[in-house]
Design a protein around this ligand. Structure first.
Ligand code: FE2
Ligand code: FE2
Ligand code: FE2
Length: 168
């Protein structure tokens, strides 16, 4: 139905917008804290949580949340698209335009999406026969994601182990 497909496109658009607002407000909250504006920081954090509620609700209504097996497959496909096609092209274009900071951030993401695709593949293969549950550590500079413990040095960006935070 034409009307329904319009709504599906709108759900997709709204999901993208709410997701972006969530991350933007978290970044703004950090900045507000750094600037000494605690109340504005709290408001940004509260609104960011609300945008997550909206984003998750839109995603659910458009049928975007499925079984964990299907979700892992979708995550692998998304990460693979990013490191095989999206980021390589963006890196080339940023190099062409001489935007060194963009090259750097795209390259960090590109490397880490490969890691994510690998971790998701491993998780998919182990689904239903996992061993003891362990935590992941994420590099606050480049997003590199490792199992169980922070490495001494980030293999993607070179940061020390202190740059990693634990995700439980
Ligand atoms: Fe919202
Ligand atoms: Fe990723
Ligand atoms: Fe890193």
């Amino acid at each position: 139905m034409a009307q329904d497909s319009k709504t599906m496109a709108n759900l997709q658009e709204a999901f993208a917008g709410e997701s972006q607002a969530n991350r933007k407000y978290l970044a703004f909250a950090k900045q507000a804290d750094a600037d000494g504006f605690a109340q504005a920081a709290k408001l940004f954090r509260a609104a960011s949580e609300a945008e997550t509620v909206h984003a998750h609700s839109h995603l659910k209504v458009m049928g975007g949340i499925n079984s964990t097996k299907e979700n892992l497959l979708e995550a692998i496909a998304g990460e693979t698209h990013e490191f095989k096609s999206m980021y390589p092209q963006m890196i080339t274009e940023a190099e062409k335009e001489g935007n060194a900071q963009a090259v750097r951030t795209f390259k960090f993401a590109n490397e880490v999406e490969k890691v994510h695709a690998g971790l998701y593949t491993k998780a998919l293969e182990a689904l239903g026969q996992e061993g003891p549950v362990f935590d992941y550590f994420v590099c606050s500079i480049c997003g590199h994601t490792v199992e169980k413990a922070a490495p001494e040095k980030c293999v993607v960006c070179g940061a020390g182990s202190k740059a990693f935070f634990q995700v439980s």
